[in-house]
Write a protein that binds this ligand. Structure first.
Ligand SMILES: *Cc1c(COP(=O)(O)O)cnc(C)c1O
Length: 225
């Protein structure tokens, strides 16, 4: 695990890159929120980041989210973003812990989340498999319209946007058409939030309209195996 001064330096360096990317895209820095992806890193590191003033954290695995949510319950204002697909039986953990769910792709999970959610509706983004990859989560673009209609009928979910995790390219420029596709799909459905861009390609994602970037490695270092 990296130490707190290193984490602080990583946040500062990333912030400078976010500012530069927003300037290049002619967008205000405030239009893009940074989700710090903390999956597989220990809770103490998340606490350091929270002490440094960061509030939005992304987790992939429902049980890990459940445990970190419980262990860091005293961190006021901390918002959890569930960014990985979930099984119906684990939806209850996401419904309880998350402020935003970025990986909606199954109607049974959507129904379970809506049933289990207490209080304010869970903000959700539909994940789209923009690169048509076998190994990746998300709906094919052609299935998005009917899924949007179904999700909008669920009382405890608030559909706010779309998510993409395009193929990993050596050259981030190559991800651009995938980000563009997501932006066009979101516009078609009147969805404002675009969750796209990771350590390797967030600058291109910001140019293509990302409103939430999900960055792990640039902040916390390499994940433990
Ligand atoms: C792990 C993960 C990230 C962060 O990726 P980095 O390359 O570490 O920035 C972002 N989004 C999702 C869905 C992830 O699983």
């Amino acid at each position: 695990m990296i130490d707190k001064p290193t984490l602080q330096a990583n946040f500062a360096a990333l912030e400078a890159r976010l500012v530069a990317a927003c300037a290049k895209a002619n967008r205000p820095r405030a239009a893009v929120s940074l989700i710090a992806v903390s999956k597989l890193h220990p809770p103490e590191l998340i606490r350091f980041a929270w002490e440094l003033g960061h509030r939005d954290f992304g987790e992939n695995y429902a049980q890990e989210l459940r445990d970190k949510h419980a262990g860091l319950a005293d961190c006021a204002g901390l918002r959890w973003h569930a960014i990985g697909p979930v099984q119906p039986k684990n939806a209850k953990y996401v419904a309880k812990a998350a402020t935003v769910f970025h990986a909606l792709e199954r109607l049974d999970v959507a129904q379970e989340l809506s049933k289990r959610r207490v209080g304010t509706p869970l903000q959700c983004l539909i994940e789209v498999n923009v690169g048509a990859e076998e190994s990746k989560a998300g709906l094919p673009p052609s299935d998005v319209a009917s899924f949007v209609t179904a999700v909008r009928a669920l009382p405890q979910l608030e559909l706010v946007g779309l998510t993409a995790m395009p193929p990993q390219y050596e050259d981030p420029e190559l991800a651009r058409p995938h980000f563009k596709l997501l932006r066009e799909l979101a516009a078609e459905h009147g969805l404002a939030q675009l969750s796209m861009g990771t350590t390797s390609d967030f600058a291109v994602a910001i140019e293509e309209g990302a409103t939430m970037v999900r960055v792990g490695t640039a902040l916390f270092g390499h994940r433990p195996p």
